[in-house]
Design a protein around this ligand. Sequence first.
Ligand code: HEC
Length: 296
Amino acid sequence: MNSILKNTFLKNTWKLVSLLTAMIVGTVLFAGSALAAGGTGPEVKRQEWSFGGFNGQYDKAQLQRGFGVYKEVCASCHGLKLLSYRNLVQKGGPEFSKEQALAIAKEATVIDGVDEDGEPKERPGKLSDRFQGPFKNETEARSANNGAYPPDFSVLAKARTIHRHVPWYTEPYWWAYDMVTAYEEKGSDYIYALLTGYGTAPKGEVMGDGMNYNKYFPGHQIAMANPLTDDAVEYTDGTATTAEQHAKDVTAFMAWASEPHLNARKNLGKRVQIYLLIFALLLFLAKKSVWARLKH
Ligand code: HEC
């Protein structure tokens, strides 16, 4: 390489390195400050979920119990509009029988077309219908809830997350940590913490009208009163009916609602892991046989 070329090469390399460094530092600073701004309340504890980790799967019995809690307690305020009644039968979900799901669907009233007077016509729900929400529209929902809007449950477990109380510059480490440990249940951990996080407001906290103190809710004042008590819902499988157990089960149900195909996804992942292991072994043996005749 002649000296002019060499100089240009060095100059450009420096430019590239400084640009990359600036980009990395910028991203870390920006993301760090954005995450730090979101964190309020105590640290959310990581829970054991049957669907956690690389190979986790939903527990069918838990999803059935969780659906019971949703139906008995939460469905009077929260909708589930992206789900259809037939989803309750599908593999990888609560796996109710067709008859059970039909009975659940029939309890709902669906508006379908108009009668001869032009009035909306009502009929009982079918398996192919979407879950019918408790309110006609957002205005009705807010007016029934002191102005607050109970969010739809369809993707809520995916929409929520947690904020670790760690120095901002360690965030990239935690991203990598979550990836390596396959930690995807942040929304579920938050919802469980929220449902079990009600209490009396500390001295000095001025509570808004009709608001409830919850240490995990951002700002600590939530319009939803504690929805769960011990024995709120009857279980037929002998599981304890404590408020914590109800919270756990309904959270698992919400996790399924927001990702109904998790079981299939993780099953495929497991098969890919086995395939890669066998492939790695074959490659190793092939390498050994190819190089076998060569003296080291
Ligand atoms: C009486 C009505 C009512 C019932 C019953 C109810 N909720 Fe709520 N829920 C609300 C309202 C209103 C909000 C919005 C609160 C706010 O923004 O301050 C809410 C918000 C929530 C949130 C979102 C919190 C966030 O981070 O934004 C979750 C999760 C939730 N409810 C779960 C449940 C579960 C699970 C049940 C059943 C066990 C339930 N709710 C029962 C009215 C209700």
